[in-house]
Design a protein around this ligand. Sequence first.
Ligand SMILES: N[C@@H](CCC(=O)N[C@@H](CS)C(=O)NCC(=O)O)C(=O)O
Length: 207
Amino acid sequence: MKVYGHPMSTCVRKVLCTLAEKGVEAEFVLVDITKGEQKSPEFLARQPFGVVPALEDDGFQLYESRAIIRYLDAKLPGTSLVPADLKDRALMEQWISVEHSYFSPPAMKAILEIFFSPMRGTQPNQATIDEGKAGAAKALDVLDRGLAGKEYLAGTFSLAEITYLPYFQYLFDTGLGDIVKERSNVAAWWGRISERPSWQKAIGKAR
Ligand SMILES: N[C@@H](CCC(=O)N[C@@H](CS)C(=O)NCC(=O)O)C(=O)O
């Protein structure tokens, strides 16, 4: 099994975290997005939108991180990352959709502004950061209410947690972690899930 991607990519990190939860090693093939390798004809044949990650499993090719993590969970042995209970499973899907639709787009707007401005040789645009933070904070308010009295979004640690982890990590890495710390249920949840060995491995801090 091969994962094509870059270790700094949020979407690749979801895949690496899922593999680590399952206790499975895959071959990592570096696609250097800092050099534009994701737009090469060779990689576009794997991922026609020219973004990472892509998966190859015994000739089967798959792209889109959320599709890949569902596939890996269903295929690989180990504890399931999808709840067995129908309602918990539906809640997992709800929270993954909230992440995709309402949380990560504004969070990434703020994160990328901070991340890329030094490379552009400009100061980060504070209005862009504030707009992104405000949008992400709105989603975090909903998450905070959803997590009241709960350890995890859908009963147990699931794919839902894995979809949020990379964006939370970058909020902290770019100095925007205050919007997490200000919300007590979300802050406690982040503390719980970010300590997992699978996440530490996905970000290269553990083996
Ligand atoms: N919907 C895609 C998004 C993938 C994506 O945006 N990947 C980013 C890195 S996190 C990328 O490859 N960026 C390079 C580019 O846009 O050229 C997925 O979930 O796999």
